[in-house]
Write a protein that binds this ligand. Structure first.
Ligand code: ADP
Length: 258
């Protein structure tokens, strides 16, 4: 291999964690959390030790996506992550009562999130996937600055409005010097389970064109699929269409993290 490939992979800023990858989106509802959970599980299946931090304080959905019940336990002053689907996971939703809104001002939210990363017993991880809060406000910017992720992945749907927001997310990472590993197009095409006809409710190919326009890699597309939606609701990631669709993306990300 090349000199670069033989060199010892760089460690992240958090002891025990080799790489931090932020999964972001310009706005909510594009499937950022669904992508984070399925990508984390797909990476674990490739043999990596993977953690998933749900930093989406406004709507922590990782407990539902992974089927985690109950609260995070403390040992001493260290938070214990849940161990599910071959990964370790910690969510703001494991700290609060379900259905209770967290109302924090920006600085408090970002320092609580940094604390969640640093005071959790992750053990030794190859990669910690961070499901970022949606959007590009102060909390997101501060998080990106404080955690210094090794790379960021931006999730978008194919339509123009979502892409404009995705562009903002890419610009935000550029501002703080975080490399954008690539874009993922979610809800890309819908295959009718009755007749097999493929339609494109949110357009087609928008994220790939956007990636090309801004010079970022395109990591792949995930179809709009009823199974992905129902498996998300029932806490069973990595099955059916998701298992197939996330494999090539996980392989590309694996190449990036070494
Ligand atoms: P975000 O984190 O961007 O707010 P979520 O991951 O919570 O978005 O997804 C929003 C909704 O869309 C959820 O109900 C989820 O199950 C659904 N969803 C996400 N991606 C897909 C997909 N590829 N196919 C079908 N449903 C999806």
């Amino acid at each position: 291999g090349s000199v670069a490939a033989d060199a010892k992979p760089q460690a992240s800023t958090i002891p025990g964690i080799r790489k931090l990858i932020a999964v972001a989106s310009g706005k909510g509802g594009v499937g950022k959390s669904t992508v984070s959970a399925n990508l984390a599980v797909a990476l674990a299946r490739q043999g990596f030790a993977v953690g998933l931090l749900d930093a989406d304080i406004y709507g922590p959905s990782v407990p539902t996506l992974l089927g985690i019940e109950g609260r995070a336990q403390l040992e001493g002053n260290r938070l214990q992550p849940a161990q599910v689907h071959g990964i370790k996971a910690l969510s703001m939703g494991m700290m609060t009562d379900p259905g209770k809104a967290i109302i924090w001002r920006g600085p408090m939210a970002s320092s609580a999130l940094v604390q969640m990363v640093e005071q959790c017993d992750w053990g030794v991880l190859d990669v910690l996937v961070i499901d970022m809060p949606p959007g590009t406000g102060d909390v997101q910017l501060t998080l990106a600055q404080k955690l210094k992720p090794d790379g960021a992945i931006v999730v978008s749907t194919p339509q123009d409005l979502a892409l404009i927001d995705a562009r903002r997310a890419v610009a935000m990472f550029g501002e703080v010097g975080v490399e954008v590993l690539g874009l993922i197009e979610n809800m890309s095409g819908y295959c009718c389970p009755e007749c097999g006809h493929v339609s494109h409710p949110f357009g087609q190919g928008g994220a790939e064109a956007e990636a090309a326009a801004i010079g970022a890699p395109f990591l792949g597309r995930i179809p709009l699929d009823i199974g992905i939606r129902s498996d998300s609701d029932s806490g069973q990631p990595g099955r059916g269409v998701a298992a197939h669709a996330f494999l090539p993306i996980a392989l590309r990300v694996a190449r990036e993290i070494g």
